[in-house]
Design a protein around this ligand. Structure first.
Ligand code: NAD
Length: 487
């Protein structure tokens, strides 16, 4: 398989900038970071790196912004978020194209992600209007006891490159819906998508200082921001290793944290499943965003009797996927987002096959420019293969078989991760047992739809803590205060 990168990066927003104190800040004398189109590996822009003075300015701005935004009523905040959602929907084509060019996913996926981002911003703005406290019955008639929910303070948010819109949108929405200001550092590899969302918020009436956007060296920026007493909370989406590091930094300042970390989602396919449905849904979910998804199905545990049929059908469907530049409408799987992922996936495939796994399809990078890797299916993977314990984060499906449901659940729960888990079965008893016994923040049975504005999204174990989305999405940005008044 080869790819032809016939397309250009026309349509990419080239004005890469920081946003500090309500002002766009271009490179000037600052260092810059090249941004690449992963489908061609060509440079498409230069991103300014925030200086230490920029970070200090951003902190001062976030402090001013917090004073201003917390004093804005929840009703008025929701109006801004609702208008921003409308603008994002109106701009879906432009933003989706920018995302595809800088990240690699097919346009259809980018459009869906932009629209989902609008949904989460709108939903969370409305949740801000329902951030109710309560009245607690007092012990004396002359006393009134209130429990208030207040915004925690300025937030530092860090988002990755795999979902350049929805990950910033969740953090922007939660913080802004609750009345917090924030400094957000989106991924340096996909900066323009996040800037487009922030532009929509500002065009919708978000005051200056409430959101600041910085880019640069991630460890330096997170250390600087977390060392500041201005920042009261962090929210991070990314790997478990970085999440642990940030949790330690947050602990030093007793700052709250929402951590959305890695996963290694099991998919239990029972011999009582609708196999055609399981294969179709699994292939589509597995290769979405070329597998670079924290809730991507990554360990297929298939009951012995149906394992050969499942594997054969899955591999055939994977091999038939149209892989190509994301900007081409016919593409079903785009390039990986960067060379690191392509090389990491290849190393995992080599390890699995060298240890005795059977390669059913794929197993190689594609010739031509860009960071393409073939949809890959490896069966009979031995338990000691790295891919069974390390988060693969790429277009590789690993299939093993099991005999009993107890055995499958034990395997599913064996890793330190606990983000998403899935199962396919038509048996009600099995469905209930799976829903009860799987250790994960999200469980999808007979489908993969776990990520919607109105349901909580988050993990357990080493996949993190806190939820984004649902009525829980705003909780992490609120603190509780009791006010007791005697006459
Ligand atoms: P990485 O862990 O270094 O980076 C992931 C993200 O975290 C990037 O956006 C990066 O800018 C940011 N980051 C890294 N160090 C940071 C720090 N000290 N402070 C603040 N932000 C920091 O590595 P990577 O090569 O980009 O990805 C490697 C692995 O990370 C993937 O294989 C995958 O397992 C995981 N990952 C998970 C998610 C997710 O959605 N949970 C997203 C991206 C990557």
């Amino acid at each position: 398989m080869t790819t032809t990168a016939t397309t250009t990066s026309a349509g990419y927003a080239t004005e890469l900038r920081l946003l500090i104190g309500g002002a766009s800040v271009g490179a000037g004398a600052r260092a810059t970071i090249p941004v690449l189109d992963p489908a061609t590996s060509e440079e498409i822009g230069q991103l300014p790196v925030a200086t230490d003075a920029d970070l200090r300015d951003a902190l001062a701005s976030a402090q001013r912004g917090f004073a201003r935004w917390r004093a804005t009523s929840a009703y008025d905040r929701a109006v801004v978020l609702r208008n921003a959602a409308r603008l994002i929907r109106e701009r879906v084509e432009t933003i989706a194209r920018v995302m595809t060019i800088e990240q690699g996913k097919p346009l259809a996926e980018s459009r869906a992600e932009v629209l989902a981002s609008a949904d989460v911003i709108e939903w969370t703005g409305e949740e801000g209007r329902r951030a109710y406290g309560r009245v607690v019955p007092p012990r004396a008639e002359s006393v009134r006891q209130l429990v208030l929910r207040e915004p925690v303070g300025p937030v530092a948010a860090f988002t990755p490159w795999n979902f350049p819109a929805i990950t910033p949108a969740r953090k922007l929405a939660g913080a802004l819906g609750a009345g917090c200001s924030l400094i957000i550092k989106p991924s340096e590899e996909t900066p323009a998508t996040a800037l487009a969302l922030v532009d929509a918020l500002r065009d919708a009436g978000l005051p200056d200082d409430v959101v600041n956007v910085v880019f640069g060296d991630p460890p330096h920026i997170s250390e600087t921001l977390l060392a500041s007493p201005v920042i009261r909370k962090i929210s991070f989406t990314g790997s478990t290793a970085v999440g642990k590091h940030l949790a330690r930094l947050a602990a030093d300042g007793v700052k709250r944290a929402t951590l959305e970390l890695g996963g290694h989602a099991p998919v239990i396919v029972s011999d009582r499943a609708d196999l055609d449905k399981a294969v179709k849904a699994s292939v589509s979910a597995k290769f979405r965003n070329a597998g670079q998804v924290c809730v991507s199905p990554s360990r297929f545990l298939v009951q012995e009797r149906v394992a050969p049929a499942f594997t054969e059908a899955f591999a055939a469907a994977a091999a038939a996927l149209r892989v190509g530049p994301g900007v081409e409408e016919t593409t079903q799987m785009g390039s990986l987002a960067n060379a690191r992922r392509r090389d990491a996936i290849h190393a995992l495939v080599e390890d699995a096959t060298q240890r005795g796994g059977t390669l059913h399809t794929g197993g190689a990078a594609l010739d031509g420019p860009g960071f393409f890797y073939a949809p890959t299916v490896v069966g009979d993977v031995p338990a000691d293969a790295r891919v069974l314990s390390e988060e693969p984060f790429g277009p590789i499906a690993v299939i093993t078989s099991y005999r009993t449901l107890d055995e499958a659940i034990a395997q599913a729960n064996a890793l330190p991760y606990g983000l998403a888990a899935y199962a396919f079965t038509q048996d009600v008893g099995e469905s209930i047992a799976l829903g009860n016994r799987i250790e994960a923040g999200m469980v999808g049975i007979n489908h993969f739809g776990v990520s919607l504005a109105e349901i909580p999204f988050g993990g357990v174990k080493e996949s993190g803590y806190g939820s984004e989305g649902g009525t829980e999405g705003i909780d992490g940005y609120l603190v509780t205060k009791s006010v007791t008044t005697a006459s």
